[in-house]
Design a protein around this ligand. Sequence first.
Ligand SMILES: Cc1cc2nc3c(=O)[nH]c(=O)nc-3n(C[C@H](O)[C@H](O)[C@H](O)COP(=O)(O)OP(=O)(O)OC[C@H]3O[C@@H](n4cnc5c(N)ncnc54)[C@H](O)[C@@H]3O)c2cc1C
Length: 389
Amino acid sequence: MDSRTIALIRTTFKAVAAEEGGSEKLARSFYAILFTDYPQVRDFFPAAMDAQRDRLVKAFSYVLDRLEEPSKLLPFLAQLGRDHRKYGVEAEHYLAVATSLKTAVQVFAGTEMWTDEVDRAWDEGLKVVTDTMIGAAEKETTPSVWTGTVTERREVLRNLTIVRLQLDQLMRYAAGQYVSVQIPSRPRMWRYLSPAIPANTNGEIEFHIRGVLGGWVSSAIVGQTAVGDRWLLGSPLGGLGIPRNAKRKMLMIGCGTGLAPLRAQLMAMALRRINPKVHLFVGGHHPCDLYDLETLSNLAVANRWLTVTPVTELDENPWWHGEHDETARLWPGLEPRVIGQIGKIVSSFGAWADRDVQIVGAPSMVQTTKFRLMAAGTLAKNIRHDPLY
Ligand SMILES: Cc1cc2nc3c(=O)[nH]c(=O)nc-3n(C[C@H](O)[C@H](O)[C@H](O)COP(=O)(O)OP(=O)(O)OC[C@H]3O[C@@H](n4cnc5c(N)ncnc54)[C@H](O)[C@@H]3O)c2cc1C
């Protein structure tokens, strides 16, 4: 796509989305058109569409922001295409979505903004997206969906649960990637989770899940998961991970369950002979939020290339936290715990100019930390994180 085509697509979308409540209205209109004109696609979506609408706009904005970077965008779209096989979608469904999205934007943009040139730009842009997703899905030979049985459920905090599953088919994901997951009590409500251990020939997989207040799926996982439950998993996604011959040092920053994909990478690295130096900052609000210090301590003791600094915003645990407080222990191999906002702490070390950086956690934490690092001189091209939706 040339720069004019990209500019036309971006300007029309942003003009529509930037209006008061524009993104919400656009998403509502898109789904109304889609379900009216193509009722056969309604079954792919959950009954409650609120979270779905929000995700649509964020996902589309993510794609729009990367139109000038085909080397990043096309692999991302290909991964999404492979993942979408789990819904059973066919080429005709992609075309239905593309047509409905164009119609929704066109209606909101109005006749003055929607010129023939804009119309052609949208056709071209949507064709790149749909062709890439359809092409990748058609070429893929791995299962469209993996099935697994919950073998273990461990509540490590009041609202944080570790779930282990035995997969029926091996899944080859790179440590650091994430997968979409569907649990039995929440049909069609797929959510992304990051495996906390590397792919293995036993077909075991582990997830760390924090219950989000009012969240449809996370609270059901934390509150109701039982051994024997059958989960569905989609294809691996995401670009975090360690290059095979990584030479550059690494900086990893993870808060809460954001530790999971970083931990998986550290475990994968521990199986290799040579590794670059890695500094991991693991963060939480209270000291008790650092729920996995024992694993990190074991990794740091056994691997001299790894430095781990725990960071918490507060020095004390909340009053309701029990007396049995493992986090107060001094774990061997770990740096002393530092108190403060994680982005501020990490950037106070300098620009980390010799490091490849990965940030994982809640979207606000990722954005603040990235901002702080860039203000300290870290180059944006050296910072990686997953899409924030
Ligand atoms: C790439 C990626 C990897 C992820 N990996 C993990 C993981 O390993 N472990 C894990 O626990 N979660 C992970 N998540 C988050 C997870 O996918 C869900 O978004 C989260 O569990 C909430 O889902 P829900 O159905 O409970 O909430 P929803 O019903 O989707 O949302 C309910 C409300 O909660 C808000 N909300 C949603 N997510 C969050 C959040 N993270 N923090 C604060 N508010 C939120 C929504 O805006 C909405 O208002 C990951 C997300 C992404 C994008």
